[in-house]
Design a binder for this molecule. Structure first.
Ligand code: ADP
Ligand code: ASP
Ligand code: MG
Length: 412
C-alpha cells in the first residue's frame, strides 16, 4: 500500500470535535487505498501552558525535565486520535516518540532527528493496521531521555516520517488554507500561493513565517518530499492548498514572493568598544559559548580607535547575552563603556528567488518603509532575502507597506 503522511497542528486537534473531523479526513485517505501515518501536535494552547508551568518552577530549569513536561501534550493528542479512529472502525494505534523510536541528538528543546526505524510500524501495517498515529515534536536521545524538536517541531516529525517511509506526500493540515504572500492574520490583502519554491519557503520559515518549521522545509528539500500545506477546516474538497516544490515547477515568477516577520527580536549595543583586530571574535566567542543565537550585526565607523557594535538576538536570550558580555568584560577579554539593550524591535523581511537576477529590490524596500516614516535600525541581506530591524510598533504597518510596495496581492 502507498503511504501518506498527514499532520494535524494544534488548532486542528483543539477539541474532540476537531479531532473527529480530522479523523474523518484520515478515514477518507484510508478508503482511497493509503496506509496513513498521522502526526499530531498538542491541542491548541497546551504547549504554551506546559512551558509556562515549567518556567514557574524557576529561572534555570533542567532542559531534560522541560522536555519530559512539554512533550506530554502530543502524547495526549496521539492517544485521543487513535481512540476516535477506532470508534470510526479504522484500525489504528498510537506511537509515542520513544516507541517508534524516533532517535534524536541530545540537544534538549532543540533536538535534531537522527534516525527513524520503520520496521515496527511497517510490521503493524502488514498485520492490517491502517493508521499509525504518531505523537509529533517528541523523540528520544541516545541516553534514553525524552527530547523535543523545538517549537513547531511536529512539522519536522511529519516530513521526517514521509522521508523515512517513502511517503507519497506529506500533507500539513493547519488553520489556514495554504502558504500566503504574508501572514493572512496581519494583512487582509495576503494572497494564497498555489506553489512556492523550497528555498523561498525555507527563508520565509527561518525569518518567522510559522506556518512551517524551517527544519521541516530543509528536510523536505533534502529528501525530495512532496510537501503540501492545507486547511483542516471546511470542505475537504475545497482547494488543494499550497505545494512546496522545486523552483522549476513554478510557472508564476515574481521578484519578491513573500514578506515575513519576527516579533521576538532584541537589539544589544556595546558602546565605545576598543577597535582592534580580533575584537569581533572576542565578543561573539563568549556569546556563542553562552548559546546566544546572534542574528544581525552592525559595526559603526571607528573614531579614535573606538566603535559601537550592535547585534540582534531572540528576546528571551537577552539576559544570557548581557551576562556573557559583562563577564567577558570583567575578565578583561573585551572593553566597552556601555551596554544598551532594546527589546522593542522586530524584524521584517522580503524573500524571493527573483532577487538573484533583479537589482533594485533593496532600494524599493527602503522606499516603501521611508514613505511610512519607518526608521531602519539594522539591515542584512543574502542572495534571496533582505531583512530590516525596526521599532516593534511599526510591525503591521511595515508588513503592509512592503506587501503593497511589491504588489504582492496581484498574481503575476
Ligand atoms: P499549526 O498549529 O497548525 O502548526 P501554526 O500556528 O504553527 O499552525 O501555523 C499556522 C499559522 O501561521 C497561521 O495561522 C498564520 O497566522 C501563520 N502564518 C505566518 N506566515 C504565514 C504565511 N506566509 N502563510 C500562511 N500562514 C502564515
Ligand atoms: N506543540 C508544539 C508547539 O506548540 C509542536 C508543534 O505544534 O509543532 O510548538
Ligand atoms: Mg505549527
Amino acid at each position: 500500500m502507498p503511504i501518506l503522511v498527514m499532520k494535524f497542528g494544534g488548532t486542528s486537534v483543539a477539541t474532540l470535535d476537531r479531532i473527529r473531523s480530522a479523523a474523518t479526513r484520515v478515514g477518507r485517505e484510508v478508503a482511497n487505498g493509503y496506509d496513513v501515518i498521522v502526526i499530531v501536535s498538542a491541542m491548541a494552547g497546551e504547549t504554551d501552558r506546559l512551558v509556562g508551568l515549567v518556567k514557574e518552577t524557576g529561572q534555570f530549569f533542567d532542559a531534560r525535565e522541560y522536555d519530559a513536561v512539554v512533550s506530554s501534550g502530543e502524547s495526549v493528542s496521539a492517544g485521543l486520535m487513535a481512540l476516535i479512529l477506532q470508534e470510526m472502525d479504522v484500525p489504528a494505534r498510537s506511537w509515542l516518540g520513544w516507541q517508534v523510536p524516533l532517535m534524536t541528538t541530545g540537544a534538549h528543546a532543540a533536538a535534531r532527528i537522527e534516525r527513524i526505524p520503520t520496521r515496527n510500524i511497517l510490521a503493524k501495517f502488514g498485520e492490517g493496521m491502517k493508521v499509525a498515529v504518531v505523537a509529533g515534536f517528541q523523540g528520544i536521545g541516545s541516553d534514553g531521555r525524552v527530547t523535543t524538536l523545538g517549537r513547531g517541531g511536529s512539522d519536522t516529525t511529519a516530513v521526517a516520517f514521509a522521508a523515512a517511509f517513502g511517503g507519497e506526500r506529506c500533507d500539513i493540515y493547519t488553520d489556514v488554507d495554504g502558504v500566503y504572500t504574508t501572514d493572512p492574520r496581519i494583512s487582509v490583502r495576503a494572497r494564497k500561493l498555489d506553489r512556492i519554491a523550497f528555498e523561498e519557503m525555507l527563508e520565509l520559515a527561518a525569518l518567522g513565517a510559522k506556518v512551517l518549521q524551517s527544519r521541516s522545509v530543509e528536510l523536505a528539500m533534502r529528501h525530495g518530499v512532496r510537501l503540501r500545506v492545507l486547511s483542516s477546516f471546511g470542505d475537504p474538497d475545497d482547494g488543494a492548498g499550497t505545494y512546496v516544490c522545486q523552483e522549476e515547477e513554478i510557472v508564476e515568477s515574481s521578484v519578491v514572493s513573500g514578506v515575513a516577520y519576527s516579533r521576538d527580536e532584541a537589539k544589544l549595543t556595546l558602546v565605545s568598544v576598543a577597535d582592534r583586530p580580533g575584537i569581533a571574535a572576542a565578543i561573539f566567542g563568549p556569546l556563542a559559548a553562552a548559546g546566544v543565537n546572534v542574528d544581525m550585526i552592525v559595526q559603526n565607523v571607528s573614531e579614535e580607535g573606538r566603535t559601537d557594535l550592535t547585534f540582534s538576538c531572540p528576546t528571551d536570550q537577552v539576559a544570557r547575552a548581557m551576562r556573557a558580555v559583562e563577564e567577558a568584560k570583567s575578565e578583561g577579554v573585551i572593553n566597552f563603556r556601555g551596554l544598551l539593550s532594546d527589546t522593542d524591535v522586530c524584524k521584517v523581511s522580503v524573500v524571493g528567488i527573483g532577487m538573484r537576477s533583479h537589482a533594485g529590490v533593496a532600494a524599493k524596500m527602503f522606499e516603501a518603509l521611508a514613505r511610512e516614516n519607518i526608521n531602519i535600525q539594522v539591515i542584512t541581506t543574502s542572495e534571496i532575502k533582505i531583512s530590516v530591524l525596526i521599532d516593534r510598533k511599526y510591525l503591521e504597518l511595515a508588513v503592509q507597506a512592503l506587501h503593497d510596495g511589491f504588489e504582492l496581492e496581484r498574481a503575476t
